[in-house]
Design a protein around this ligand. Structure first.
Ligand SMILES: N=CN[C@@H](CCC(=O)O)C(=O)O
Ligand SMILES: [Zn+2]
Length: 399
C-alpha cells in the first residue's frame, strides 16, 4: 500500500489524551490509515512526501449534529428574531413545506453542496438528521437521500407535530410505520423534547420504540426551557443530549453520573451520554450559551457541533463553534478542539475510527493556514482552513 508523509508541521494537535501536542511534527498515512506520527526528525521514509509549510495540523472536525436535508430560506424569520422576536419550534413547518416541494434530484444536490462546503472547512465526518419531512413518505425519502451523502443519519420524525394532526396520533406514527420505513437508512433516532414539540410521555414513547428497533438514541433537550430532556437522555442511555442550554445542577449531576464507568485519561470503559453544545445556534437564537465549562468541570464529556439548519444555525463552520466556545464559554483551545473532534466522535460512537490522530485510525486530518491551533480563537472570523485529508486522500485545498 502506498505511503504519504506530511512533514514540517509546526504543531500537531492529536486530540489524543496521551499524545497531546507534538511540535515540529510529521505524520505518515498508509492508504486510508494513520501508520505513524511523531517528531519530524524521526520520520520514516515514504512514497510521497508533502511539506506542510510550518502549518498546524489537527484531526478533521467531527460534526455530530446537523440538519442538512432541507430546501428553502428562513432569513426573514432570522431578521425578525434579531429584532426581538423569540424563536419557536413552529418555524420547522416552513422548512417542511419547502423541502416537501423539492425533487429527489434537487434535495440530493442541496445536501451534497452542504457536505462539500463543510468538508472544505475541515469537517471530515458528519451526521445529519431527518425531521423536515414529518410524514411517512417524506421522512423515508429524506433518510434515504441523507444516507447516500453523509456518514451517519439520525431519524428525527419527532421534530414537530404537523399542523392539523393530533399529537398522540402523530407520535404513534413516528413509533410505528414511519420508524419501520426509515430503519434501513438510519443509525440513530432523536426526539425534540421541548414545550411546543414533544412532551415527556411522548418523548419516552419515541425513545422506547427506537431502542426496541435497535437504534442508538439522541435527544434535543433543554434548548428553550428547563424540562425533562437531559434526564430522559441519561435514563435511556442516549449517546448524546444536544443543546443543554437550560439545564440545572441536577441535570449536570445526572450527566456526570453517566460517565462514572469511563476513564477519561485512558479513554476506556463504558461511555455515558455526551452533552453536545451548539454555540452557533445559541447565538443565532439568542439563548444563553450552554454551560460547557461547568459540564467539563463536572466530568461530563462534551461535543461541539454546528447544528447546521435553516432555522436556528445556518452555518457548518466548526471553527466558528470552536472560537465561540473559547471566547465565550470559557473552554481552553485544547478543550474546544477536542470537543469538536473526539467529542463528536464519542457522541456518534465512532471514537475508534475518527476524532483523534492515532496509529490505526482513519487518516482524517486538516491543516490550518496558521502555525498553531490557538489561532482558531486568537483570530476569530478569519478563514484558517487549509488542505483537508479524508481517509488518506487530499479532498480540499492543495499542498
Ligand atoms: N430544535 C430543533 N431543531 C433544530 C431547529 C429546527 C428549525 O428551527 O428549523 C435545532 O436543533 O435547533
Ligand atoms: Zn438540531
Amino acid at each position: 500500500m502506498s505511503t504519504t508523509l506530511i512533514t514540517n508541521i509546526s504543531e500537531l494537535f492529536t486530540s489524543d489524551a496521551a499524545a497531546g501536542i507534538i511540535t515540529d511534527a510529521a505524520i505518515l498515512f498508509e492508504g486510508e490509515t494513520i501508520a505513524w506520527l511523531g517528531a519530524a526528525t524521526d520520520a520514516p521514509a515514504a512514497d510521497t512526501v508533502l511539506d506542510a509549510g510550518g502549518r498546524a495540523a489537527l484531526p478533521g472536525w467531527v460534526d455530530s449534529h446537523s440538519h442538512l436535508v432541507f430546501a428553502g430560506d428562513r432569513s426573514r424569520e432570522f431578521v425578525a428574531r434579531m429584532a426581538g422576536q423569540d424563536y419557536a419550534a413552529g418555524g420547522i413547518a416552513v422548512t417542511t413545506a419547502a423541502t416537501t416541494a423539492a425533487s429527489d434530484y434537487e434535495l440530493t444536490r442541496l445536501v451534497m453542496g452542504r457536505v462539500a462546503e463543510a468538508l472544505a472547512n475541515g469537517t471530515t465526518f458528519i451526521e445529519t438528521k431527518t425531521g423536515y419531512g414529518l410524514s411517512v413518505e417524506e421522512e423515508a425519502r429524506h433518510a434515504r437521500i441523507a444516507s447516500t451523502v453523509v456518514d451517519r443519519v439520525t431519524y428525527l420524525g419527532a421534530h414537530l407535530v404537523p399542523a392539523g394532526m393530533d399529537a398522540q396520533e402523530y407520535t404513534d406514527l413516528v413509533c410505528g410505520e414511519m420508524l419501520t420505513r426509515v430503519l434501513p437508512y438510519v443509525q440513530f433516532a432523536d426526539v425534540f423534547c421541548e414545550q411546543g414539540a414533544f412532551n415527556e410521555a411522548q418523548s419516552r414513547q419515541v425513545l422506547t420504540a427506537a431502542r426496541e428497533a435497535g437504534l442508538g438514541l439522541r435527544v434535543h433537550g433543554n434548548q428553550l426551557n428547563p424540562g425533562p430532556g437531559t434526564k430522559l437522555a441519561v435514563e435511556f442511555g442516549a449517546a448524546s443530549v444536544d443543546h443543554v442550554n437550560h439545564i440545572d445542577a441536577s441535570d449536570i449531576t445526572a450527566l456526570a453520573g453517566s460517565w462514572k464507568s469511563w476513564d477519561a485519561v485512558t479513554r476506556t470503559g463504558t461511555p455515558g451520554t455526551v452533552a453536545t453544545c451548539l454555540p452557533a445556534c445559541d447565538l443565532s437564537t439568542r439563548q444563553p450559551l450552554a454551560p460547557g465549562r461547568e459540564l467539563i468541570d463536572a466530568g461530563v464529556q462534551i461535543a461541539l457541533a454546528s447544528n447546521c439548519n435553516p432555522g436556528t444555525s445556518y452555518t457548518s463552520s466548526m471553527a466558528f463553534c470552536v472560537s465561540t466556545a473559547v471566547l465565550q464559554m470559557k473552554l481552553s483551545i485544547e478543550e474546544a478542539v477536542t470537543a469538536a473532534t473526539y467529542g463528536g466522535a464519542l457522541a456518534l460512537g465512532v471514537q475508534d475510527l475518527v476524532g483523534s490522530l492515532e496509529v490505526g485510525k482513519r487518516a482524517d486530518l486538516q491543516l490550518l493556514n496558521a502555525p498553531s491551533i490557538a489561532h482558531l480563537a486568537y483570530r476569530p472570523g478569519m478563514n484558517m482552513s487549509g488542505p483537508v485529508f479524508r481517509a488518506g486522500a487530499l479532498v480540499a485545498g492543495s499542498l
